[in-house]
Design a protein around this ligand. Structure first.
Ligand SMILES: [Zn+2]
Ligand SMILES: [Zn+2]
Length: 606
């Protein structure tokens, strides 16, 4: 941890003490568990007997905490021999502290099997017998603790209590139920406000909520969890994203292939995936044959069969296959939620079969495709170069690894990637580049991957004939640009808050009529919309539009259109007809456009 992080950690931990101080003032019978630091804040486990803390009590607790902070009393450290500490816990009726101390005395260690030493706040390194334990006192409150804390209660930055939840003592079912009081804390009020704003924003952008509000997808108990169904708007998003990814492939020499979604399970015995994916496989039973089938959890083994369908010559390489296709993995139901974890995972997958001498050009081309895609989508990328370390976990020739890693490193530099190296993070079968996209709230998500593979070509005995007439092994480069389309959508819906770029929006244009007198004019406008095709960033992108000529007020029509976050709204009233114009309403401005200029405007809009 940096000095800065250490300081923030001490602030948050000290606030846990201050929380307990306030709780003890309000409920003198409170029994305390542990008060560790967690992400963005802290918590304290409290036993109040029958008394239940609710959010309504937060104001009162916070007020008391602020008094403790305003008093700015020092955190004073004292030590006691463990037997005296045990007496202290008994006298102060703190059964949980007593239990910790007894464990400490007996085991001589921090009892840290189930709780972090830091959380326990107890002492002791290694197996040695504990003699003394430390206490920290701030004014009227004393806690068994190892520290460190800030010097005095006034130096804790800004905080807010955010949540109360039930938690078993030491996380064990059957143990007493504690109340876990959570707070968040930052160095300054400004940073706290920023964080709280971010949390609110994240809630408002939650893709599950927007997925429903924008009519993107639904789920059905009859179909099953983790199996989302995409409505017309969601399907349009999928189609346009896929078109973009596929266009990048086609522009770079990839050929589309097609594979069935089930296979004999034996395919994965050959690939070696049975061990890895065994319990995630959906098994499919034939009523005719005794063969065991499975829904494919990945595509490479199938694609390998296409490569080896006939003898290959070096002249054919590199061979580049792509396909947008769905794989199925039996994720545990408890882990499923929204689109980020599903059982039907659609990948814009590709496999390049290349010679070693072609790796640089092929990986380089894929890096550029990734960059183009994410630049257009407005997500900043960071790349992790996952390399091997010196352990013997890795398969394939060391020489091949070294040269592939050097190639990846030089490509990262040449393409000006924002990258870092991660030694020991490679898959056992080859090095890879993992791309992380940073969203509008500053969160990073794993997106595209470019994975080299030295092992599957061996397992499937893939060969081509080289210049000398001998057999040579290709290297496989696995790459998905969007990754899982469902997961990507979960990220992108939240990144854009549902305001998809014009070219991608499920409904790009909506025409609103002011009254029925403009009917004929609207027909002219519609003819223009029908004839409008966007060429960037995907080619032949026909305009998706609708006309709202219901007998409703304009205000109502505008509200309905803005609910769907439609990039362009065209409003047409008698005045527009008279002037041969349309009123264009965009997200942040309005303007008038001549009917003769409308097509050009719509084709050029971004
Ligand atoms: Zn402490
Ligand atoms: Zn693959």
């Amino acid at each position: 941890m940096s000095t800065q992080e250490n300081k923030l950690h001490a602030m948050r931990h000290s606030l846990a003490h201050i929380t307990a101080t306030a709780v003890q003032r309000i409920w003198p019978d409170a029994k305390f568990g542990v008060g560790p630091v967690v992400e963005n804040g802290f918590y304290y486990d409290i036993d109040l007997g029958d008394k239940v803390i609710s959010e309504d009590n937060f104001g009162r607790i916070e007020k008391e905490m602020k008094k403790v902070i305003a008093a700015n009393v020092a955190f004073k450290k004292t030590s006691l021999p463990i037997d005296e500490a045990i007496i202290w816990a008994k006298e102060n009726k703190q059964p949980y502290k007593l239990e910790l101390l007894n464990d400490l005395k007996r085991a001589g260690t921090t009892v840290a099997k189930d709780l972090d030493a830091d959380e326990l706040g107890t002492i002791s390194e290694g197996e040695s017998q504990v003699s003394d334990v430390s206490f920290y006192t701030n004014g009227d409150f004393t806690d068994l603790c190892r520290g460190p804390h800030v010097a005095s209660t006034g130096n804790v930055g800004a905080f807010k209590l955010i949540r109360i939840a039930g938690a078993y003592w030491r996380g064990k079912e059957g143990n007493p139920q504690m109340q876990r009081l959570y707070g968040v804390a930052f160095e300054t009020q400004e940073k706290l406000d920023e964080y709280l704003h971010m949390v609110e924003e994240a809630k408002a952008r939650d893709h599950r909520r927007l997925g429903t509000e924008l009519d993107l997808y639904t789920t059905s108990d009859l179909v099953g969890s983790g199996l989302p169904l995409f409505m017309p708007r969601g399907a349009a998003l999928r189609e346009k994203l896929t078109s973009f990814s596929e266009q990048l492939r086609k522009d770079n020499g990839f050929e589309r292939v097609w594979i069935p979604h089930i296979t004999k399970t034996n395919l994965y015995a050959v690939s070696g995936h049975l061990d890895k994916f065994g319990d995630e496989l959906f098994l499919v039973k034939s009523q005719e044959t005794s063969d065991e089938f499975a829904l494919k959890p990945m595509n490479c083994p199938h694609h390998n069969q296409i490569f080896s369908a006939k003898p290959r010559s070096y002249k054919e390489l590199p061979l580049r296959y792509f396909e947008t296709t769905t794989v199925y993995r039996d994720e545990k139901t408890g882990e499923l939620g929204g689109l980020n974890r599903v059982r039907s995972i659609t990948q814009d997958d590709s496999h390049v079969y290349a010679r070693q001498s072609q790796l640089e050009a092929e990986v380089g081309s894929l890096v550029k495709q990734v960059q183009t895609l994410y630049k257009t989508l407005g997500l900043n990328l960071r790349a992790r170069l996952s390399f091997r370390d010196d352990s013997d976990l890795y398969l394939g020739e060391k020489k091949l690894w070294d040269s592939a890693e050097a190639t990846i490193l030089s490509l990262a530099e040449k393409n000006k990637l924002d990258f870092f190296e991660a030694k020991g993070e490679a898959a056992f079968y080859g090095p890879k580049i993992d791309f992380m996209g940073r969203d509008a709230l500053g969160r990073e998500h794993q997106v595209a991957t470019i994975q080299l593979d030295f092992v599957q070509p061996e397992r499937f005995n893939l060969n081509f004939v080289n210049e000398e007439g001998g057999d040579e092994r290709p290297v496989i480069i696995h790459c998905a640009l969007l990754g899982s389309l469902e997961r990507f959508l979960s990220i992108y819906i939240e990144h854009t808050a549902g305001w998809f770029p014009y070219w991608l929006a499920p409904e790009q244009v909506r025409v609103l009529t002011i009254n029925d007198s403009v009917g004929d004019y609207v027909k002219q406008v519609e003819a223009i919309l029908k004839d409008t095709v966007l060429m960037k960033p995907i080619r032949y992108n026909e305009l998706r539009y609708s006309v709202d000529n219901r007998n409703e007020s304009l205000g109502r029509k505008i509200r309905d259109a803005s609910r769907f976050k439609i990039p362009v709204t065209l409003i047409i009233g008698p005045k527009d007809v008279a002037a041969d114009e349309v009123s264009v309403r965009l997200k942040d401005k309005e303007e008038k456009i001549k009917l003769t200029e409308l097509k050009k405007f719509l084709e050029g809009h971004e």
